[in-house]
Structures are given as C-alpha cells and as structure tokens.
Design a protein around this ligand. Structure first.
Ligand SMILES: [Zn+2]
Length: 117
C-alpha cells in the first residue's frame, strides 16, 4: 500500500465515521457513560395508540442503532490501526490485506482468505 492509498482509505473511513454519527444522531443520543454507545430516543406519547406506534418505531430504531454502532466501532478501530501503523495488516495471519478488499471495505481487519472469501 502506498502512502497515497493510505491517505485515500483514511479519508474514506473518516467520511464514513461522520456519516454514521449523523445517522445515529437522527434518533439516538450518545450514552454519556459509555464511549461510542448510543441510546435510542423514545418519544413521549399522548395516548395508548400513539404509544404502541412509538414503541414500534423504537424497536426499528433500536435495531438500526445496533447495526450503525457496530459499523462505527469497526471504523474507529480501523482509524486506531492507522494511528498505530498496523492498518492493512490482517489481524489473523499478519499478511497484508488486499488493497482491492480495503477499497471495498476500508474497515476490514482480515485478509480475504482469513475472512473466508
Ligand atoms: Zn489473513
């Protein structure tokens, strides 16, 4: 990987981080007690019908929140690996992760072989 590739992948990761954070901010708030944890809002309801609706929304948002949180953690771990200069190295076999794979999934921490692809 050239330093140009690394710069490009870093930019992709940073962009994805901002994107995920703004998606999360639409329906969740940061948990002040746990880093990178978000709590889905539940809005107050006027009556029981509305309450059922809000609870259904909450369930959808809650599962979306978990998906986004997992992605956000993967992105942040990748950014940490860039800092530590271990980015692009498979965490299982220690070989370089294929550039093509990183371009498709910049937060990948396993090479295609170890990821079972
Ligand atoms: Zn590997």
């Amino acid at each position: 990987m050239t330093s140009e590739d690394l710069r490009r992948l870093t930019a992709m990761l940073e962009e994805e981080q901002v994107q995920i954070e703004s998606e999360l901010a639409e329906f969740a708030v940061r948990n002040p007690l746990i880093k990178d944890d978000y709590v889905t809002h539940i809005e107050p309801a006027e009556n029981s019908e509305e309450k059922a609706e809000k609870l259904a929304d909450y369930a959808v948002n809650k599962s979306e929140e978990e998906v986004l949180e997992t992605r956000l953690r993967d992105v942040e771990k990748a950014l940490e690996r860039i800092e530590a200069e271990t980015y692009g190295i498979c965490s299982k076999c220690g070989l370089e992760i294929e550039l093509e794979r990183l371009e498709a999934l910049p937060s990948a921490n396993l090479c295609a072989t170890c990821a079972g692809l």
